[in-house]
Design a protein around this ligand. Structure first.
Ligand code: 89V
Length: 346
């Protein structure tokens, strides 16, 4: 199959992993890089043998639109809409990092722009591609715990995330956009769409602008109650960054995604006694992954693979713009709920 040619827009911290994650797949050729500060893009171009480097995005797109199949946007959220529009206008398919846009209205416009340009629009939402979460979903789908009625999806950490990603400390809306977009997407992936939600937020760290704690209680359309909790202010006995911990209770048993990728499935035997089976769902190791983020970095490969196979017409993408709009809708509904101290009906 012919390789799809693509350009990367934005060569900050995340490009250190997004680029090698693309190279872990056959079927793509990276032909151009853009970064606002051109020297950063030049360093990546030297490291990965990328032939074209720009500090002007229009120049890149004007010169290469004819040969490009898609662009992968890895810039900060504020430039997502602009770059999506520029690429779509030139007939290029678009992959864009989460969170999709800085407001629900902007996100809606991004989806519409791509629809009217007739190009595919995918969001690089990688958490649902983590090995333990995929295994957990398989357990749920097997029916072994019966009909799930309550769940907790938890990302609580004291990891110094601002050291590698200082811009996160400047966001007026922090944890719900950064981690919430992942955790609420994982909740949708596992339990389907939400019917209503209630959220409370807090800022514990006084040196950052946005909220670093958010507690979201959702009633899912299935009837299940899902408590999604996230915090970057948690000083816990066990630091598990960047693991998402999940527990689900169903009519016939429960399943827990515990630290170290352990999945515990508890059911009743015929004699009424409980029994627990343990599985381990260890993610693949990649030499380029930062050990502190290895779980997340490995999921970039699987997310990219799904999007690439969709662009090649082999299978549908999971995290299309239309699908991810439902996640971003939850993110902004959560802010709305916290601001009004009200339940939001979706
Ligand atoms: O994927 C992300 O949003 C990253 C991290 C895993 C550190 O939160 O910012």
């Amino acid at each position: 199959m012919q390789k799809l040619k693509f350009a990367i827009l934005g060569t900050g911290f995340w490009a250190n992993y997004q680029i090698p994650a693309w190279f872990a797949l056959d079927g793509v050729e990276l032909i151009a890089l853009y970064n606002r500060t051109g020297t950063k893009a030049e360093a990546f171009a030297r490291q990965y043998n990328v032939p074209n480097v720009y500090d002007n995005v229009d120049l890149l797109l004007d010169r290469h639109a004819g040969e490009l199949d898609f662009v992968d946007i890895i810039t900060d959220v504020d430039t997502h809409a602009l770059f999506v529009e520029k690429a779509a206008r030139r007939g290029l398919h678009v992959i864009c990092q989460k969170p999709m846009g800085p407001s629900l209205e902007t996100a809606r416009r991004m989806v519409e722009t791509c629809q009217s340009a007739g190009v595919e629009f995918y969001i690089h939402e990688n958490f649902r591609w983590q090995t333990p979460l995929r295994h957990l979903k398989t357990v749920l789908d097997s029916g072994v715990i019966g009909q799930p009625f309550k769940a907790r999806v938890s990302f609580c950490s004291g990891f110094p995330v601002f050291e590698n990603q200082p811009f996160l400390a400047e966001l007026e809306q922090f944890i719900l956009t950064d981690i919430g977009s992942h955790i609420l997407d994982v909740s949708r992936f596992l339990f389907g769409e939400a019917a209503s939600l209630y959220c409370q937020t807090q800022r514990v760290n006084p040196t950052i602008k946005g909220e670093d704690v958010a507690n979201v209680l959702m009633k899912m359309r299935s009837g299940l109650t899902c408590y999604a909790e996230m915090s970057y202010a948690s000083i816990l006995e066990r630091e598990v960054f960047p693991q998402t911990l999940v527990s689900v209770e169903g009519s016939k048993g429960s399943v827990v995604l515990a630290p170290d990728y352990t999945i515990q499935v508890t059911t009743r035997r015929a004699d009424g006694q409980r029994e627990t089976r343990y599985l381990t769902a260890t993610p693949p190791d990649y030499p380029w992954a930062d050990p502190a983020y290895a779980l997340v970095h490995s999921s970039i490969v699987d997310c990219n693979r799904n999007l690439l196979e969709a662009l090649q017409g082999q299978q549908p993408a999971e995290t299309t713009g239309t699908d991810n709009f439902e996640t971003i809708r939850l993110v902004y509904a959560a802010y709305d709920s916290a601001a009004r101290n009200e339940v939001i009906h979706l």
